[in-house]
Design a protein around this ligand. Structure first.
Ligand code: DX5
Ligand code: ZN
Length: 213
């Protein structure tokens, strides 16, 4: 059974409360907050004030996907405003990053861009709450799923099993009712869906189709 995490990046922000409620009623399991700094990625989205607002709208888990150059500096603000889990990018990390983030006392997951070597995270796998594989280059919603991600999911799944761990694998970018089956079969646990959900007129149908129900 996979989990459906809703990326609100492309929801209707003029009706944020209604969108969150509708997604919840459709059966999503968590919300994915795409934080962009205009530096690590060529786009700016939202930050802690919006996170704080969303926290008042739902009890579902809030996961902050920090597409920012300095996660150690800003992660505490997201933890304080209500994020339950912090996802940083391995491309901006040094050996201090994970230990410092773990000091927050929250689950910490790592994210990899489509062209980042999977082996770069094998040594830290036991400390992680999840691994997020990007299936598009981060920065924008509504992009096309990169098919080679499927091999990356199954390779990572094999390594997690070899290390006798149960770290969940998340997949983010271009996931929709058409691409979801391959993602599930490759061994992903959490499917993150943005535009395919919020551009639909049948949120519950999208949730069911993506989960394969
Ligand atoms: C990309 C973001 C994703 C993305 C998901 O930079 O991290 O979360 O917006 O949205 P869709 O499902 O539209 O690709
Ligand atoms: Zn994301």
């Amino acid at each position: 059974m996979v989990e459906f995490s809703a990326s609100i990046l492309n929801c209707d922000f003029t009706r944020l409360g209604e969108e969150i409620k509708a997604a919840e009623e459709a059966g999503v399991n968590a919300f994915h907050l795409d934080v962009m700094d205009g530096h690590f990625v060529p786009n700016i989205s939202f930050g802690p004030p919006v996170t704080k607002h969303i926290r008042t709208l739902t009890r579902l888990p809030l996961r902050a996907h920090l597409m920012i150059s300095d996660p150690v500096k800003y992660a505490p603000d997201f933890a304080e405003t209500g994020a339950d889990e912090i996802l940083y990018h391995i491309e901006v990390a040094d050996e201090e990053t994970l230990p410092k983030l773990l000091e927050l006392g929250k689950p910490i997951g790592v994210t990899l861009n489509p062209d980042t070597d999977l082996r770069s995270i094998y040594p830290i796998l036991p400390q992680l709450s999840q691994v997020l594989l990007m299936s598009v280059f981060p920065g924008f919603g509504g992009q096309k799923f990169i098919p080679k991600t499927l091999f990356r999911i199954s390779n990572l799944r094999r390594e997690i099993e070899m290390q006798k761990l149960s770290v969940p694998i998340s997949v983010d970018g271009g996931v929709n009712p058409d691409t979801a089956e391959g993602v599930r079969e490759a061994g992903a646990d959490i499917l993150i869906v943005g535009s395919a959900l919020f551009s639909s007129d049948d949120y519950a149908g999208v949730v069911r189709a993506v989960k394969g129900e």
